[in-house]
Ligand binder design. Structure first.
Ligand SMILES: [Zn+2]
Ligand SMILES: [Zn+2]
Length: 384
């Protein structure tokens, strides 16, 4: 039945990408850190990981909440999924909350590329896979991983998937950079994944004071994807909001709040309007997946971030707050959760409903039979 549900969902929403959130938070719980597996629905079960803060715990969660044959391509074992279904890692930057799962699971992983900016690859090679912090699983060591440098102009084909990727440098906390990945399928439908992100205007002040240059890096990403929004081919934007509003600008440490997230989307809107001044509603219902919320003193501030984004949502954006292990589908301005495995209570309710129906049907039949026999007796009486 699950299979039919999925087919119906596919038909209704014409989804193009499946997303498995392996970890969604920006801190504290080391079993729930940034990591999103993305696959094209044209080739289910063939995933690329966007960051890998948490892997194993996320795969376990997916396995317990979904029909494995549908979401995980027939695999029902965490390590088998790691080896056979994840075909590459896109790493936005080398901070531990984005690479811890990759490092810890490397021992059981199969050969595949890590795709990142040169600076990120250098950090991984020099500071993680260096025989000191962890064995060298890179190309010069045990060879599990190849290092592929991503660029913003030549798309890289992700092995065993129909997907390609471009990578754009963006500010995290200057001079430290993060990366934004544009992942597209063969029909040029895309999702845009921001890792951690500092607001252009704040980080630019630091750049300006240090070298006199002033380049809006996130703005360059918006310029690139604005035509895709107009063509309705940008199906999801993954963006961080590490904190709720109220954090002072000098305490953001290269992160966004709802206010700054909206500033970035305003920049996207400006780039769209430069191309088509009439496209004022172009961001209506576009999917923005809100990532990397950091709990403050164990307090989960996701609800606050949710409320603040809802209050500032002038573009009619569809904000999605992913839950670890809960797969979802995104298409052109469409979003739907993946059907989950029926729970025990679902089976109990279904059983009660079935037994009640059986009982009622039997009752009706018994009544009809009784009436028919009664009628026959009356006819027989008069016949006599
Ligand atoms: Zn970071
Ligand atoms: Zn982070």
């Amino acid at each position: 039945m699950g299979m039919w549900l999925v087919l119906v969902l596919f038909c209704i929403s014409r989804a193009d990408f499946t997303v498995l959130p392996m970890g969604v938070m920006g801190g504290v719980d080391d079993s729930d850190l940034s990591g999103y597996a993305v696959a094209s629905t044209s080739l289910p079960g063939h995933y690329v990981m966007c960051d890998a803060g948490t892997l194993f715990a996320g795969i376990s969660k997916v396995l317990s909440s979904h029909t494995a044959s549908l979401v995980l391509g027939g695999v029902d074992d965490e390590l088998q999924f790691l080896r056979e279904n994840i075909h590459a890692y896109l790493i936005s930057h080398a901070h531990l909350d984005h690479v811890a799962g990759l490092a810890i699971n490397s021992v059981d992983d199969s050969k595949k590329p890590i795709i990142a900016l040169n600076s990120t690859l250098q950090n991984i090679a020099n500071h993680i896979f260096n025989w000191q912090v962890w064995p060298d699983f890179g190309p010069k060591g045990l060879g599990t991983y190849d290092y592929w440098e991503v660029s913003s102009y030549i798309p890289i084909s992700i092995p065993s998937t129909p997907l390609t990727v471009l990578g754009f440098p963006v500010y995290h906390s200057y001079p430290y950079l993060s990366t934004t990945f544009l992942i597209c399928d063969e029909e040029e439908n895309c999702v845009l994944y921001f890792g951690d992100l500092g607001p252009d205007s704040i980080e630019n002040k630091k750049v300006l004071s240090q070298n006199g240059n002033n380049t809006d890096l996130a703005r360059q990403v918006w310029t690139k994807v604005a035509p895709k929004v107009l063509e309705k081919r940008l199906h999801a934007i993954f963006m961080e909001s590490s904190y709720a509003d109220g954090v002072a600008d000098d305490k953001l440490f290269g992160h966004l709040t709802p206010k700054w997230l909206m500033e970035e989307l305003r920049a996207l809107s400006e780039e769209i309007l430069k191309l088509d001044p009439t496209a004022t509603g172009a961001l209506q219902n576009i999917n923005v997946v809100v990532t990397h919320v950091k709990p403050v003193a164990r307090e989960n501030i996701r609800e606050k971030v949710k409320e603040q984004l809802a209050a500032q949502n002038i573009f009619g954006i569809n904000f999605i707050f992913p839950e670890q292990g809960n797969a979802f589908l995104v298409g052109s301005h469409t979003y739907s959760p993946y059907p989950t495995s029926p729970s025990l209570s679902w089976w109990v309710i279904t059983l009660i409903a079935f037994v009640s129906l059986l009982f009622l049907t039997t009752l009706v039949f018994a009544y009809l039979l009784y009436r028919r026999q009664n009628k026959q007796q009356v006819v027989d009486y008069y016949d006599e």
